[in-house]
Design a protein around this ligand. Sequence first.
Ligand code: AMP
Ligand code: GLY
Length: 423
Amino acid sequence: MIVGSGGREHCLAWKVSQSKLVDKIYCAPGNGGMSEIGECVPLESLPDLVSFAQEEKIDLTLVGPEAPLSQGIVDLFEDRSLPIIGPDQRGALLESSKIFAKNFMEKYRIPTASFETFDDYNDAVDYLKKRDTYPLVIKADGLAGGKGVYITYDVDEAIDALGELMVDLKFGNAGERVVIEDFLEGEEATMMVLWDGKSCFLLPSSQDHKRVGEGDIGPNTGGMGAYSPAPVIDEIVRGKVEKNIVHPLLEGIKKEELKYRGVIYLGIMVDKKKEPWVLEFNVRLGDPETQVVLPRINNDWLEVNLAIWEGKLSEVKFSVSDFPVLGVVLASKGYPGNYEIGKKISGLEKFPNRIDDEVLVFHAGTEKGDDGFYTAGGRVLNVCARGKTLREAKDKVYRAITEIHFENVYYRRDIGFRAIGEK
Ligand code: AMP
Ligand code: GLY
């Protein structure tokens, strides 16, 4: 069973469906694309998911988004001996509480921006007034759908941000406590680590494009495109990530006795001196990074996850394709603000997502109707392609996009600009 309904989950379903070990895939709740691969079941609450897994004797559950993990889906499944990959609720604090994550990084000497934490608005304001080095970054402690982070350039802006978080409670109780940290300059990248409690494997690097506008301007989104590998993570930086971040992180997870089996996502800033710093941890695969990383993994993804479940990850021989993959999100105009749904999508029949196809189209906010697919969300499709080079992959993606259409489609035309060096 795959829990979730986005592009990441469609990609997971696509990858798992290629396994010789799989008989049947359930998607809870899934999306239009996932309904072509497995059976979509309209379940979202944890009690419903657990009962369903018990009744259907689900052999393995993979969870896409952070919400069920932070609500304790793994604890519930494990109490009933139902196999599931992911951290328990305490382990999920690495993502669901920025204060927990920052204290953890401090304790285990993982490089991250210097910080202070506050649960009192007036104390935080006093601190902001004393600081004379801006920008400063103010973050809601709890989950805020990626929107609870403010980069502020002077004390007035910082106090406004604090007011939104701690007084107006714009993100509910997620903002009752805050982290205030130093601003780090550099280039961001993503590293995802598989971990079975004993050994780890670093998936290939990738880079997301979080802002809605070309050149990385405008509001943050769930991600407008990605590519893998990210050249900013060269061999030297990768070595530093492994030694300075992954090793102490995994030591810390063991020492703190976090029950953790699954993926650890590292949001990394690489500074001018090529030193990697942790911006954030996520306790799951990234979206849209998964859609460009998984097509590069030649292994059977179900076998990999069963090995994680059994604590035998060290026995897996990984094979990673040298071909880069780049993916562009087709969104509904207006996203991440208001947008219309229910638009007919045309051209998808040209992209059947066969295992060796150069272009792969993963669905996010889509629904299957009697006569084809319709838009059902802000981010609608991920159009991905492999190429001998990133440049070639990018050209293939943008060529494929000309064959797909829905009313009011919006997408960035510059995905990959940092690596390819052009818009
Ligand atoms: P987070 O959810 O903590 O990863 O923050 C969301 C985004 O805010 C990151 O992807 C960065 O673009 C930016 N950001 C967060 N923390 C910092 C920091 N200390 N310095 C610079 N940018 C940051
Ligand atoms: N791409 C960012 C995330 O998955 O959180």
